[in-house]
Design a protein around this ligand. Sequence first.
Ligand code: ADP
Ligand code: MG
Length: 346
Amino acid sequence: MKRTEISEYGEFGLIDHLTKGIENVNASTAYGIGDDAAVLDYKGKQTLVTTDMLMEGVHFDLTYVPLKHLGYKAAMVNISDIYAMNGTPRQMTLSVALSKRFSVEDMEDFYAGVLLACQKHGVDLVGGDTTSSLTGLAISITCIGEADKDRIVFRNGAGQNDLICVSGNLGAAYMGLQLLEREKAVYYSDPKNLQEPFSPDFAGKEYILERQLKPEARGDIIEQLDKAGIKPTSMMDISDGLSSELMHLCRQSGTGCSVYEERIPIDYETAVMAEELNMDVYTCALNGGEDYELLFTVPLTDHDKVLQLKDVKIIGHMTRPELGQHLVTRSGQEVELKAQGWQSNL
Ligand code: ADP
Ligand code: MG
C-alpha cells in the first residue's frame, strides 16, 4: 500500500486534501471550511451543540479498529447526541492531533468514514483543527443541530407513570467488543501470527461486530416519533448501558422506575455470544455500553401510538421516586437497578 508522509503535504496541504470536494447541503450553513470561523444561520430555531473527545489507547484500539470505522463511529456517536435531544444534526467540526505514524492515506480513510456518517445524516463538515501529537491519535468532534424550542426533549421531563421505551436491541455492541478482544488475545498468543496473515474467526457474528464497529444513530426513530405525533417526556441515547442511563432519567426527572427484564430486546447473535462466553446476556444488555439506541419516556396516553412504532419496545414504567429504581427479573423478583456504567474502549 502506498504511504505518503503527511510532511509531504504540510498542515494546510493536508487540510485542503482532506476537505476538498465537501459540498454543504444545509441552508443553515452560511459559510463552511476556509476562513477563521464558519458562519451558521439558524433563523428562529434553537441551536444544539455537543462535543466528544477520543484518545487512542483510552477510547479506541487501532489494533482492531480500521480508521474508516473509527471516523464513522466518532461522527455517528456525536450525531446520536443531537437526535437524543429530539433535534436535527446539521454541522460538524472535527479536530485531530496526529503523530508521525499516520500517513496521508490513513487520514483519507478516517475522513472517508467521517464523511460517510455525515452524508447519511445530512451533516455539513464546516471546520476543525489539525495539529501534531507526540503519542497517539486524538480526535475532538463537535456536532451542531437545530430544533424548535418546544420540540427539544431533555432528560428531566419524565412523569411518574410514563412508559419507558427503547429502540432496537441492547448488548450487541458490548458482545462485539468481547469478540474483538478475544480474537486479539488469540492473535497475540501465538508469535507465528505476527508473521503470517491472520484471519480472525468472525463467522456468524457479523451483526454484533457491526454494532461495535459501525453503530447507527437512530434518526429514523426521531422521524417516526414526529410522524406519530409523539413528543417524549424525556430522552437520551444509550452509550453507557441501559441501567446507568435509566438512573440518569430517574434522577433528573425525580422519579423511580420499574423495568421488566423479559422485555429488554436482545438479538439472537448477542445471546449466542453471551452463552459462548458464559456471561448472563441480560447483564450485558443492562450494563454493556455503546448501543447508541434511544431510551425515552412517553405519557401513558401515548401507549397505543407507541405500539405502532417500528423497532421500539416498552420495557417498563416510571414510578413515584420513593419506590426507587427496580428491575423485575424473569423469575418475578424485584431487584434494585445498579448502574455499573461502562468505560468506553472501542
Ligand atoms: P486557523 O489558523 O484559524 O486555526 P486553519 O488553517 O487551522 O485555521 O484552518 C483553515 C480552515 O480549515 C478552517 O476553516 C478550519 O476550520 C478548517 N480545518 C482545519 N483543520 C480541519 C480538519 N481537520 N477538518 C476539517 N476542517 C479543518
Ligand atoms: Mg487551525
